[in-house]
Design a binder for this molecule. Structure first.
Ligand code: HEC
Ligand code: HEC
Length: 445
């Protein structure tokens, strides 16, 4: 089988950068790094993923444009080593503001003042929007054999709101940063295969996954494409996802999200009027297409932590299917060798992400009342389960589901509702030994 783990970058980005920026990026490489010619773009992209952006103006302009409002100064702050985030721990002794979690953000359904996300940081002289807080209420779930699992039901709030109250109609949706390993392979699943899976589910009627469809209008596109990235599958391409991160999380402009003030609304005048880092040298933006392209190449070069071969735990796989998990966590998809995000090229192999990449109604327990594209409040994209083996090994502490509320695979399963109701009741009916075997299978992916 051809190697699906190392997609080849289609274009070389470094050679298209202004000389000063290319030199600055090369100097920023970790010392002793001797990148192979092919991997050079990925290494530079890694440097950019870790780069701490600063306020404009600076002399070189190569790293400025942060904010004015932002959540974090680098991608890596929220996705440490490409891993995922965790929510604030209300019990933890943090700094005087309490524990802030890692890669944790609160999305809004377009508040007229606060926009689409609460930015919990700001440049000097600007006002912070607020600080996300969470309180948990424990809810025990009892299995027939006596085992008790404690779920924690979250209630979110934003403290110290800097611009007055949120609008009456504004809903909060807390999100943790997902793991980003293997993204490049998800980008190469043909759209037709995802659509065929949705059609099959509609025909068979066990579950009813639908693709999210997003038209990337700011890129001049007029037809929708299937979303694959983000908790509600809101981004058809890795580039679009990475660009939105610059806008909402870091406050920097890119070709896809060209406002230099990021998520600031017209009501936030000081932010709108602040100095920005758009510059002629960089296509009139803070982050030119070359720089975002290098970050895409880096993310594409990150192989998944597993999921390149079928699991060797055949009994676990059979249990996973029999319990109804595989109805949404579809074990495998074909990948092409074409331009990422397009349907071009022949199929070159199979990957095992354990997701259909479709949206499913997951019931009220997980609902957030923040629709995105065609995803409604109760809809979430089936999370790829590959890479859980690495999390389990790292420190055994898990923060699963879109807001990190589940501390174990069992907790994550117990939150499943809506279309997953049947799978949940199958799971509740399993004897303790089989429940353990199923969890072991998932943690081995
Ligand atoms: C403030 C924390 C934060 C920062 C900074 C941040 N991210 Fe994220 N990232 C998130 C969250 C939260 C999500 C989930 C968003 C959603 O779908 O609601 C996410 C999602 C993603 C995804 C999609 C993963 C998936 O499973 O679909 C990618 C890729 C990604 N981020 C890349 C980046 C890049 C590149 C940068 C820097 C330009 C960045 N992120 C900066 C928090 C952050
Ligand atoms: C109806 C579709 C569906 C079925 C059936 C289903 N899941 Fe899920 N699963 C999802 C969706 C959608 C999410 C994301 C929910 C969220 O984050 O709010 C998810 C999330 C998860 C997560 C958390 C992953 C992470 O990294 O956050 C685990 C673990 C999981 N499912 C395991 C299972 C197991 C085991 C079964 C069988 C008992 C199962 N699922 C059945 C759709 C489904």
């Amino acid at each position: 089988m051809p190697d699906v783990s190392s997609p080849r970058p289609r274009r070389r980005f470094l050679s298209r950068l202004p000389l000063g920026l290319a030199a600055a990026l090369l100097l920023a490489l970790p010392s002793g790094a001797a990148p192979a010619a092919d991997g050079l773009d990925a290494r530079i992209g890694e440097g950019l993923f870790r780069r701490m952006w600063v306020a404009a103006p600076t002399a070189t302009q190569a790293a400025d444009g942060l904010g004015p409002l932002y959540n974090a100064r680098s991608c890596a702050t929220c996705h440490p080593r490409g891993g995922g985030g965790r929510p604030p721990d209300p019990a933890a002794e943090g700094n005087d503001q309490g524990d802030q979690g890692v890669g944790f953000a609160i999305k809004l359904n377009d508040d007229p003042v606060y926009g689409r996300q609460i930015q919990s940081n700001a440049l000097l002289g600007q006002i912070i929007e607020g600080r996300p807080g969470v309180a948990y209420r424990e809810e025990p779930v009892r299995f027939d054999d006596g085992e008790i699992v404690r779920l924690r039901r979250p209630a979110y709030a934003v403290k110290d709101l800097g611009y007055g109250p949120l609008a009456e109609a504004t809903a909060l949706s807390a999100r943790v940063a997902p793991r980003v390993h293997g993204m490049g392979l998800l980008d190469r699943i043909p759209e037709a295969a995802i659509q065929a899976e949705a059609d099959r589910q509609a025909r068979e009627g066990v579950v009813a996954g639908r693709p999210n469809r997003i038209t990337m209008t700011s890129l001049g596109e007029t037809a929708p494409r299937i979303g694959r990235f983000g908790w509600k599958a809101t981004h058809p391409t890795l580039n679009h996802q990475d660009s939105e991160a610059f806008s909402l999380d870091i406050g920097m402009s890119t070709p896809a999200f060209p406002d230099p003030w990021g998520d600031c609304t017209p009501a936030q005048t000081a932010c709108r009027e602040a100095r920005h880092g758009d510059s002629k040298q960089f296509e009139g933006l803070e982050i030119p297409s070359t720089v975002i392209g290098l970050i895409d190449v880096y993310l594409r070069s990150l192989p998944p932590d597993g999921g390149l071969k079928a699991s060797r735990d055949k009994a676990g796989g059979a249990l996973f299917a029999a319990t109804g998990c595989a109805a949404c966590h579809r074990p495998s998809y074909p990948v092409t060798d074409g331009e990422p995000g397009k349907d071009a090229g022949p199929t070159v192999g199979t990957i095992f992400p354990h997701s259909d990449l479709l949206l499913h109604d997951m019931g009220d327990g997980l609902a957030d009342d923040v629709p995105m594209g065609e995803a409604r409040g109760r809809d979430w994209r089936t999370t790829p389960l590959w890479g859980l083996n690495r999390l389990a090994k790292d420190d055994g502490r898990l923060s699963l589901l879109h807001d990190g509320r589940a501390r174990s695979v069992t907790e994550a399963i117990l939150w499943h509702g809506g279309e997953a109701e049947k799978a949940l009741s199958n799971f509740m009916d399993l004897p303790a030994g089989s429940r353990k075997a199923l969890v072991r299978y998932v943690l081995g992916l």
